[in-house]
Design a protein around this ligand. Structure first.
Ligand code: AN7
Length: 356
């Protein structure tokens, strides 16, 4: 017996007409895109939504949404003759850049804020053979440095200030509409450097203009309270949050994110680290979604908006689950758990389980 043929998941192929792909673009893939849209089993009902979905971008090849933009940014860098790429990163961008660089036979240089990057992400950059600099200061300081480095040295900058990153990233919005048949009423997304919210808005708009979607979603972005420059309306000099991925005080795509918020009738709000951790625990324990803390900010934000009186009835919402929980085992191990100890025999294990 054979199944029906699967549509290609390869986003550069699938959405070629809507991307800056040329005959000279190397069509290299690691299997990015085509990520599941998982229906909520618990939080949806509590919030009174018609439907709540989690877009599991955590299932991309390097475990985060970054692969969508990176597959294109690095292919275009190669098309333009680059031999090396560089990025600043809170972790996921560097993991993705390092992996795609390997596949293209390029050198990757990554600059990360010292001590503030989740262990799994650092491990990825290491195993993929990137040259890693841990820099004192924040992500924002690192981004300033790499922007300058890319003008002085023969390396292609693959942070989301590279327009190909946003272009590739917008395919996430295409997939949501392709699967649901229309845009949702609400799109919830964590905001750090603000590339992703800008990319999704662009994707939804393009699909709307092509009449693939009948409506546009409200863009609801969420920052961590200690790293909420867009919410505050001013850069944050020393951003702090447990969600290290979005520990960013001066987002590069600030203006585009504000534009997405305002033109969609949306909002960008802050959530506390406690709310992020609560949503993180609930996603894992009630929905079987193991994400990293930054990703839980989208769900924490939706829950808070509901608590503060937003009427969600009859609406469909999609929360972008941007990164895999395995990247940040330290946070997972900090969740209170009951681990029982036992000797190496059956009665002892039965006693430990409370069954004897
Ligand atoms: C899991 O890797 O900025 O607002 O350097 O890793 O597009 O920045 C990561 C950001 C959300 C925020 N969720 O997205 C980096 C980096 C996760 C992330 C964001 C990031 P943007």
């Amino acid at each position: 017996m054979t199944g029906s043929p699967l549509p290609t998941r390869f986003i550069l192929e699938r959405y070629r007409e809507l991307l800056p792909v040329t005959d000279r673009t190397p069509m290299v893939t690691l299997g990015e895109g085509g990520t599941p849209l998982l229906r909520s089993r618990s939080i949806e009902k509590e919030l009174g939504l018609k439907a709540l979905y989690f877009k599991l971008e955590s299932m991309n090849p390097t475990g985060s949404f970054k692969d969508r933009g990176m597959v294109l940014a690095i292919a275009k860098a190669v098309e333009d003759g680059a031999k090396a790429v560089i990025c600043a990163s809170t972790g996921n961008t560097s993991a993705s850049a390092a992996a795609f660089a390997v596949r293209h036979g390029l050198k990757a240089y990554v600059i990360v804020p010292d001590g503030k990057i989740a262990m799994g992400k650092l491990a990825q950059a290491i195993v993929h053979g990137a040259d890693i600099v841990q820099m004192a200061g924040s992500f924002d300081d690192a981004l300033n440095v790499v922007r300058e480095l890319a003008t002085r040295h023969p390396v292609a900058l693959v942070n989301s200030v590279n327009p190909h990153r946003i272009e590739g990233q917008k395919t996430g919005a295409f997939e949501i509409v392709d699967e649901l048949g229309d845009a949702p009423e609400i799109l919830c997304i964590p905001v750090g450097n603000a590339g992703n919210i800008s990319a999704y808005w662009r994707g939804f708009q393009e699909y709307y203009e092509l009449e693939h979607a009948r409506q546009l979603p409200q863009m609801w972005g969420f920052q961590a309270e200690g790293a909420a420059p867009i919410v505050n309306g001013a850069p944050v000099a020393h951003p702090e949050t447990i969600a290290t991925a979005i520990r960013i005080g001066n987002p590069a795509s600030w203006d585009m994110a504000v534009d997405a918020r305002d033109r969609s009738g949306g909002r960008i709000r802050a959530v506390t680290d406690e709310e992020i951790l609560e949503a993180y625990r609930r996603l894992a324990a009630e929905e079987a979604v193991f994400c990293e803390p930054a990703s839980a900010a989208s769900v924490a934000g939706l829950i808070r908006q509901h608590r503060e009186g937003a009427d969600l009835s009859g609406k469909t919402a999609v929360c972008i689950i941007t990164g895999n929980g395995l990247k940040d085992p330290d946070t997972a191990l900090g969740v209170t758990a009951q681990i029982h100890r036992a000797e190496a025999d059956l009665p002892s294990v039965e006693r430990a389980l409370g069954w004897a």
